[in-house]
Design a protein around this ligand. Structure first.
Ligand code: FUL
Length: 448
């Protein structure tokens, strides 16, 4: 097969409906809460006494209101972290809230969080660590049954779930053994009980890790990925024309879906990436830590949501069960800054003309604004739902007051959303698709 025809196949790789729902969620919160909150650790040892867990002022409504103020549209809670302590009263272990003094052992943090999300109108999801440093079965086949039993409780007793987050971390359990995780079996359970939920895992199927925890997205983030990396995702093409093997691939590589990789792959999948980071240095609450600056959070939003990924921002509750006021303020500032940046779409109702010759992968869009405007952002989106991700590179030009076309931005991929920071005064803009895997189709262009 020629390289050109393989690129056309790559261009036809498309997201599932659940992946589209996830992409459109764009920005959601992570909540790391558990025994580590009370021991001031990042990774618990598994031998913590459930009696230390006592969030006397637990207020999940406060969490929801705070993350909504930032613009987040969902929340994912650590139902169980590596220490094995369960925030819900699982039938399968004593290592849970049922043996804590909180609400006399009758509390259920997962339920309170799920209900607060429903009440606040945002989506609910959970993280369930496969690595368990408490469970005596860890390291044996029976552990996979134990894990699946817990997963089933969470999938069936807490209403709609939009995301299940499978941490790939695999350390030693209490008996010194490591576990071979039955991810295939875990995925089947999620599909059975929550068919609309996306599954996060290093290897897919639906969402993959961006490869760092500092909020840095790739220069060119492709959702079309080699199946050697996203091995749980559906393979949508045959092998690439250059016949290679990319089984060495991992999420931390600088390029995943670039042409230099996909031509050698054994097949291609659709699997977008998530940028996960914490508002503070740690995932769990430590009183000495401060939230990151507004600038850093804004930059991460722009490069994740605006870089063909989603943004998963962790905010850790304090031992009393509430979010620290410092974080609440920062979240509100972020929401205000986003509202200010994207308040009025100057291209709403504008006339857009598309120039595209049949069979030609380059093309152009010309947008006439309602008079001369000072512009700061151009927001581009490909019609990935119907056409797949296609654009390799583009430039934006603005017409100046003398009628000259001036280049104001040059970019790589677009995909679900590309937010382009620009600085121009203009009445007419051109988006030139300079290279694409097949004819690209943009959704209505937004200008701010
Ligand atoms: C990692 C874990 O080891 C961290 O504690 C945290 O939960 C992060 C989101 O994922 O693999």
């Amino acid at each position: 097969m020629s390289i050109e025809s393989y690129l056309r196949e790559a261009a036809a790789v498309r997201p599932s409906e659940r992946q589209m729902m996830w992409y459109d969620t764009e920005f959601y919160a992570f909540i790391h809460f558990g025994v580590n909150t009370f021991t001031d650790r990042e990774w618990g040892l598994g031998d913590e006494d459930p009696a230390i867990f006592n969030p006397v002022d637990l207020d999940c409504d406060q969490w929801v209101e705070a993350v909504k103020a930032a613009g987040a549209k969902g929340l994912v809670i650590t139902a169980k972290h590596h220490d094995g302590f369960c925030l819900w009263p699982s039938k399968y272990t004593e290592h849970s809230v049922k043996n804590s003094p909180w609400k006399n052992g009758r509390g259920d943090v997962v339920r309170e969080a799920a209900e607060a999300c429903r009440k606040g109108g945002i989506k609910f999801g959970f993280y369930l660590s496969p690595w368990d440093r408490n469970c005596a079965l860890y390291g044996t086949d029976e552990y996979n049954d134990y894990y699946k039993a817990q997963l089933t409780e969470l999938l069936t007793e807490y209403g709609d779930v939009f995301m299940v987050w499978f941490d790939g971390a695999c350390g030693e359990g209490p008996n010194g053994k490591k576990q071979v995780y039955d991810f295939k079996g875990y995925i089947d359970l999620v599909r059975k009980y929550q068919p609309n939920a996306v599954i996060f895992n290093d290897a897919g199927p639906d969402v993959r890790w961006i490869g760092n925890e500092s909020g840095t997205a790739r220069f060119a983030e492709w959702a079309v990925t080699p199946c050697e990396l996203t091995k749980f995702a559906e393979v949508q093409t045959g092998p690439g024309p250059l016949k290679g093997d990319l089984s060495h691939m991992y999420n931390t590589l600088p390029d995943i879906g670039a042409m230099s990789n996909i031509l050698y792959s054994k097949g291609l999948c659709f699997c977008g990436s998530e940028v996960d980071m914490s508002i503070r240095p740690g995932w769990f609450y430590h009183s000495v830590e401060e939230p990151h600056s507004l600038e850093r959070l804004m930059r991460t939003y722009m490069t994740s949501v605006g870089g063909n990924a989603c943004f998963h921002l962790n905010v850790p509750p304090m031992p009393n069960g509430r979010l620290d006021e410092r974080d609440v303020v920062r979240l509100r500032e972020l929401g205000d800054a986003l509202k200010e940046a994207f308040g009025t779409n100057l291209a709403a109702g504008a006339q857009t003309v598309r120039h595209q010759e049949e069979g030609c992968t380059q093309g152009m869009y010309e947008i006439s604004l309602d008079g001369q405007k000072e512009i700061s952002y151009v927001m581009l989106k490909e019609n990935i739902r119907e056409k797949g991700q296609r654009v390799e590179s583009f430039v934006i030009q603005a017409q100046d007051e003398y009628g000259r076309w001036v280049q104001i931005y040059a970019g790589t991929v677009i995909g679900h959303k590309r937010i382009c920071k620009v600085n121009a005064k203009t009445g007419t803009l051109r988006i030139l698709i300079t290279a694409a895997r097949a004819e690209a189709e943009l959704l209505p262009i937004e200008v701010y």
